[in-house]
Design a protein around this ligand. Structure first.
Ligand SMILES: Cc1cc2nc3c(=O)[nH]c(=O)nc-3n(C[C@H](O)[C@H](O)[C@H](O)COP(=O)(O)O)c2cc1C
Length: 271
């Protein structure tokens, strides 16, 4: 089992770095010695801003004109079973470093290759809780197909002191152990009702797509558009009533948004 914690703080050795490491230590304890738990400080990587050229969407992530550490980071992310996003709150949002990284990984929202993985979100703030920041980070993981167990915010002030970290420790330990238990119990393969619904709506959209594209080929080649497909991962354990409800609701949403299948007015364009 591999867990990767991405620390998106540009301040080396700051509060988010400390919180990430405390969380990592508890996660390691919960998962056992055979697991690999790693904290990656994004500030130590070379990650340039997205150019908005859409080549990752249209021709594949390898076609990105940026020559930096993103390709390496993508492989590390795809090779993980557990993903944790950690960010300080900057002007009521995530750090620019974390946002830049997520923008560069936007192709994962079109081709959600992380179905079956488990996730968690950590934030640190100066004075206020960060509901909006946490929600954005949870949503990014959800777009990638990650089942996110929740989020935890640490009130750090201007600089998190060792006493502050100790006070926050119990909550962090509890969250990390819950994540470890869920991972060992295979929760990543049991998508939530919301995840099922999102997947079924996406499926309906791709089933209506008329223009060939890399994204459509990705969805088709993985059997995601085959009749009866329940979720991103073929090994997913999905309860029939939830699946039936998600399918019914997705069909209704798709009908309202795009009309009946094969009768769409024009090709649907991605985000
Ligand atoms: C540029 C900047 C913007 C910030 N904006 C906010 C904010 O909107 N709300 C808040 O509560 N704290 C804010 N803070 C405080 C940080 O979120 C807080 O100190 C955090 O723990 C810093 O993490 P670090 O030690 O990893 O850098 C801001 C800090 C900086 C440097």
């Amino acid at each position: 089992m591999k867990a990767l914690i991405l620390n998106g703080s540009p301040r080396r050795g700051g509060g988010t770095a400390a919180v990430s490491r405390r969380f990592a230590a508890s996660l390691q304890k919960g998962l056992g010695p055979s697991a690999s738990v790693e904290v990656l400080d994004l500030v130590d990587l070379h990650i340039e801003a997205c150019l908005g050229c859409r080549l990752c969407f249209d021709r594949g992530e390898d076609a990105c004109p940026r020559d930096d550490d993103l390709a390496w980071l993508s492989q590390a992310i795809l090779g993980s079973d557990i993903l944790v996003l950690a960010s300080p709150v900057y002007v009521d949002s995530m750090s620019g470093l974390m946002k830049t990284t997520l923008d560069r990984l936007a192709w994962l929202c079109h081709r959600p290759g992380l179905g079956g993985r488990l996730g968690f979100v950590l934030t640190t703030t100066g004075s206020a809780d960060s509901g909006r920041t946490r929600a954005s980070l949870v949503q990014a993981l959800r777009y990638w197909g990650v089942r996110t167990l929740g989020s935890h915010c640490v009130l750090a002030g201007a600089r998190l002191s060792p006493e502050g970290l100790e006070r926050a420790g119990t909550g962090l330990d509890r969250a990390a152990l819950r994540l470890a238990r869920a991972a060992l119990g295979g929760l990543g393969l049991r998508p939530s009702l919301l995840a099922l619904l999102v997947f079924q709506v996406q499926r309906q959209a791709w089933l209506r797509e008329t223009e060939p594209s890399l994204d459509l080929a990705w969805w088709t080649s993985r059997g995601l558009l085959q009749k009866g497909r329940a979720w991103l991962s073929p090994e997913a354990r999905v309860a029939f009533p939830s699946l039936a409800l998600a399918r019914w609701a997705a069909s209704l949403i798709a009908l309202v948004m795009w009309g009946p299948r094969r009768a769409r007015r024009g090709p649907r364009r991605g985000a």
